[in-house]
Write a protein that binds this ligand. Structure first.
Ligand SMILES: [Zn+2]
Length: 193
C-alpha cells in the first residue's frame, strides 16, 4: 500500500482543495482589515518555492498569501493562516506532517525514494520530529489547546497521535489537523518558527 503522503501529494484535487482553504483564509484576513490600524489591506503575496511537490501544479500553489496595510505610516503586514505553509519551513505542511507521522513506517526503501523524489533525507526527517516533539509542544498554543483532548494526546507520538484525533479518511484528517494549527500558521506567529 502506498503511504498517505504519496497518495495525497500526487493528487491535484487535494492540492486544489487546500489552496481553496487558503484562499478562504486570505479573504477573511483581508476583510478584517489591518490588524494594527484597521486600514484597508492590499495584496502583497510572497512568492515562495515550497519543496515536496510530487506533481507539477500552477504557480498559484507557490504563493504565500499576504497583505500589506495601505495606510501611510503603518504599512503593517497581515498574513492569514495556511494549510500549505508551516511557519518558515521550506517543505509543504502536508509533507512535514505526514512524513514525521510515519514513525516505524518509514523504511530504508521509502527514505531512499523520498530522497530521490523530493530531497528529504534522514536528517531532515529527524529535524521535523524534533520540531514536533520539542518546538511545537513548547508553544503557548499547544499548551493551551492540548488540555482540551481527553484522553490526553501522547506528546511523544506527535504528530501521529494528534492526527488520529480527527475524523474522516487520511486527507480529511490532515485538513482538520492543519486547520487546527491555524493560530500558529498566520499573522505574527509565523515569524516564530
Ligand atoms: Zn495599518
Amino acid at each position: 500500500m502506498q503511504p498517505l503522503y504519496q497518495t495525497l501529494m500526487a493528487d491535484p484535487k487535494f492540492h486544489e482543495r487546500i489552496l481553496d482553504f487558503d484562499r478562504d483564509r486570505a479573504a477573511a484576513c483581508c476583510a478584517a482589515g489591518c490588524p494594527d490600524c484597521g486600514g484597508t489591506l492590499h495584496v502583497a503575496n510572497y512568492r515562495r518555492k515550497p519543496r515536496g511537490w510530487l506533481i507539477e501544479l500552477g504557480d498559484e500553489h507557490d504563493l504565500r498569501f499576504s497583505f500589506c496595510c495601505a495606510v501611510d505610516g503603518c504599512r503593517d503586514r497581515a498574513t492569514p493562516p495556511s494549510l500549505r505553509f508551516l511557519g518558515r519551513k521550506v517543505y509543504l505542511a502536508t509533507i512535514v506532517t505526514l512524513i514525521a507521522a510515519m514513525r516505524d513506517g518509514l523504511t530504508e526503501r521509502r527514505l531512499e525514494k523520498l530522497a530521490a523524489a523530493v530531497g528529504v533525507d534522514r536528517r531532515t526527517v529527524a529535524r521535523w520530529r524534533t520540531w514536533w516533539l520539542a518546538t511545537f509542544t513548547a508553544t503557548p498554543f499547544w499548551r493551551a489547546r492540548s488540555a482540551a483532548f481527553m484522553p490526553p494526546v501522547d506528546a511523544r507520538a506527535l504528530p501521529a497521535s494528534l492526527l488520529d484525533r480527527f475524523a474522516g479518511d487520511g486527507g480529511e484528517q490532515l485538513v482538520a489537523f492543519l486547520s487546527f494549527l491555524d493560530p500558529i500558521t498566520g499573522g505574527a506567529s509565523m515569524q516564530a518558527f
